[in-house]
Ligand binder design. Structure first.
Ligand code: ADP
Ligand code: MG
Length: 713
């Protein structure tokens, strides 16, 4: 790359070993490597910064006689007996242990090998939830760990002593504050914890703090090696929090550094050839409708960028249905007219296919050829598409992640458009720019975001907001439907569909599972009985094959199909204006912004439209109150604000849909002070000339982030 950031002469030896594959750790074979991969852990470094979701405090030991049913406790005890019994269809291992105060039983199902583990006389620390049965205190499947007693003061019930002093050997799973991670079947907490422990023992001394010391002290942040140790095995919970704060700062500083570099590079780069003057008026005259004033303003911002000396870096933000696509199409056409190529990135295949159709209809009459590149394409087709891009025949390519993933060659890439950008994430965006630094970038998002947070999430971009809806929208009614009104609401919906209207029916689950989520097949069976014979009904999910998908969308457009039953694939982008009815099952399972996006799919014309949000009886009062916001307003910004206030963006699934970057350690807006500090620091140090020497190691690491060759740490 031709970055303005000068790289320091050599890489740290140590950094290389943190890039080592987790395969290098003992006990990690192909199977576990793949499992860890699904958790986003490839390298030892990834593992070192894999955050626990919570901690369990097992620092003090309880005396067995003090155990209380229902409490989670840790006990240090000696094995006094082992027996194996046939239990309800499963074999039951019973381990009897005692301390000075009494005896306890521990039960395991189907693990006869434990006989070799719990040898009489050996000492164990056991952690689990206490039950009281006829035999006295019992733990089922407790976590356990053997420990040696060095001083022989074995059988005293020790209620104070942390692991290291009680045991002489260091405990991993018990007798300390223990981390709990998000994991997958096939990798138990205990196994994952051990792997982390091994990584720490072997590699922690190779973690180097890249943050200048003075800054670290000013901010009161702990050193990186200490942070990484305390992240997993903190001595107390305050230290765990200090670790999180430190890593959160690094993460936010990395982001802001990328923003600063992006801004600097933009200023140093010449943009592509400007579009011919007067082109926009000619293009607009081809549209079947007049642009809204808001759309016009957005277009003039964009045209000014395209005509300017540097590449555009712009966010186009506007509520679902405000008409961002046409603005993007006009910009694309202008760039094609100047001889450049355009890439349009979509988060789903369905949306990509739809945009492909739209762009084709608009651009091909102008003489610009449009292509599609998704994971669904067969190899020969991909091959052909890639060639047409490389030799410049294809002028606009619509694609999914496949477009970023593979190094697709363009003859003259001049504009990258990212639709529904909140689905991609900020690091993917910076990667994109990194791969095409001289091209214009236009990202579009329907996600409203408060101004201060916008700075933090889109610090590398200029922002344009479309604040107006196209005229003649027929008005939308949203109704929350409780279970006792559900049958009635479904009948009403079916009657509308039978009369010729069209709609979407969204379920939270794809197929039947052990959970109580309503799935698309079950919903189909139920609804089919209500629809008139011959009124088409189809299921559309992310797994529907491409040909079938095209057939469904076509049938729907032609109103041969009345109802499309779907999962949340609907949430993004789909534009079928004739659909005016939406039903969402178990609406409490979705985020407010998500639901708002969905109803945006059915409020696109001058016909009145309806959403029925089914709410289960199990939904909490809080969830119901949250949903009421949707009955009260159709304004996406208002919905987002209410949602943030009601659930706090830190809650799971709460951040991405607000367009706030998904950060591993930082949570916004709680960490806003740190984020602003990181921003100050990054923009002061990296926006100007040569970065100060103490930042070189940091810069090297972060530019490695941008080209994907490194992970954090
Ligand atoms: P979004 O901003 O959510 O991506 P779309 O670009 O899909 O919205 O536009 C929503 C619908 O509004 C589309 O059917 C589009 O053709 C239509 N539309 C866009 N701009 C206008 C306009 N100025 N006047 C009338 N209809 C418009
Ligand atoms: Mg859109």
């Amino acid at each position: 790359m031709s970055s303005s950031v000068r790289r320091p002469p050599k890489r740290h030896e140590a950094d290389r070993s943190l890039q080592a594959s987790v395969r290098d750790l003992p006990g990690i074979g192909t199977k576990r490597q793949v499992l860890l991969g699904t958790l986003g852990i490839q390298s030892v470094g990834d593992l070192l910064v894999y955050p626990p979701i919570r901690y369990i405090d097992r620092t003090s030991f309880a005396a067995i006689s003090d155990l209380v049913a229902g409490e989670a406790r840790t006990v240090a005890a000696t094995v006094v007996g082992f027996s194996l019994k046939p239990g309800r269809g499963k074999r039951l291992s019973i381990v009897e242990v005692e301390d000075a105060s009494g005896r306890m039983r521990c039960l395991w199902f189907n693990q006869p090998y434990l006989k070799q583990v719990f040898l009489p006389g050996s000492r164990f620390v056991l952690s689990g939830t206490v039950r009281l049965d006829a035999h006295g205190p019992t733990m089922i499947h407790p976590e356990y760990e053997a420990f040696e007693d060095t001083d022989g003061a074995a059988n005293e019930a020790d209620t104070t002593s942390p692991a290291s002093s009680a045991a002489g050997t260091e405990l991993v799973h018990t007798g300390r504050i223990v981390p709990v991670y998000r994991t997958r079947p096939g990798m138990s907490q205990k196994q994952l914890r051990l792997v982390v422990k091994q990584a720490l023992d072997t590699y922690a001394d190779q973690v180097h703090d890249l943050l200048p010391d003075a800054l670290r002290r000013t901010l009161g942040l702990v050193g990186l090696p200490e942070a990484i140790r305390s992240l997993h095995f903190p001595e107390d919970l305050t230290l765990a929090d200090a670790a999180r704060r430190r890593l959160a700062f690094d993460e936010m500083l990395a982001l802001q550094t990328l923003f600063a570099i992006a801004r600097k590079q933009k200023r140093q780069r010449a943009g592509p050839t400007p579009p011919p003057t007067g082109i926009m008026a000619a293009l607009i005259s081809r549209l079947p409708f007049a642009l809204t004033a808001s759309q016009q303003t957005a277009l003039s911002d964009i045209m000014a960028d395209l005509a300017g000396p540097h590449p555009m870096r712009r966010l186009l933000q506007g509520d679902v249905g405000c008409g961002k696509t046409v603005v993007a199409a006009l910009a694309a056409a202008a760039v094609c007219a100047s001889g450049g190529q355009v890439a349009l990135l979509c988060p789903t295949e369905i949306l990509a296919e739809q945009h492909f159709g739209t762009m084709k209809r608009f651009l091909e009459p102008l003489g610009f050829s449009v292509g599609l590149l998704t994971g669904a394409l067969e190899a020969p087709e991909r091959e052909q598409t890639s060639r047409a891009l490389a030799d410049g025949r294809t002028r606009l390519i619509v694609g999914t992640h496949a477009l970023i993933g593979e190094r697709i060659a363009f003859k003259h890439l001049s504009l990258v458009i990212v639709d529904e950008e909140q689905r991609f994430g900020v690091f993917q965006r910076t990667k994109l720019v990194y791969n095409a630094p001289g091209a214009h970038l236009l990202v579009m998002s329907a996600t409203p975001i408060p101004r201060t947070l916008a700075l933090t999430a889109y610090g590398d971009l200029d922002v344009t907001v479309i604040s107006q809806m196209p005229p003649g929208r027929g008005g939308h009614t949203t109704r929350l439907v409780r279970e006792n009104q559900r049958a009635q609401a479904l009948k009403q919906m079916a009657a509308s569909i039978n009369s010729g209207l069209q709609g979407f029916y969204v379920c939270p689950a794809l197929e039947e599972s052990s959970s109580d989520l309503i799935n698309v097949s079950a919903a189909r069976a139920e609804v089919a009985r209500l629809l008139a014979p011959g009124r088409g009904i189809e299921i559309l999910t992310g797994r529907t094959p491409r040909a079938k998908r095209a057939e469904i969308l076509e049938g729907f457009l032609a109103n041969r199909i009345g109802l499309v039953i779907a999962t949340t694939v609907l949430e993004v982008g789909i534009d079928i204006p004739s659909a005016t009815i939406l039903v969402v099952e178990q609406a409490e399972r979705f985020g407010l912004c998500q639901l708002h996006q969905m109803r945006g799919r059915v409020a696109r014309t001058d016909a009145p439209s309806f959403s029925y949000f089914m709410v289960s009886d199990e939904a909490s009062e809080k969830a119901r109150a949250r949903l009421k916001v949707l009955e009260a307003t159709f304004d996406g910004f208002a919905v987002a604000e209410e949602d943030m206030m009601l659930r706090g963006p830190g809650e799971i699934g709460g951040t991405r849909q607000h367009g706030i970057p998904d950060l591993k350690f930082a949570s916004l807006p709680e960490d806003l002070d740190l984020m602003l500090r990181a921003r100050d620091e990054a923009f002061r140090s990296f926006l100007g000339g040569e970065a100060p020497a103490e930042w070189h190691g940091w810069l090297e690491a972060v530019t490695g982030l941008a080209d994907g060759s490194r992970s954090v740490v």
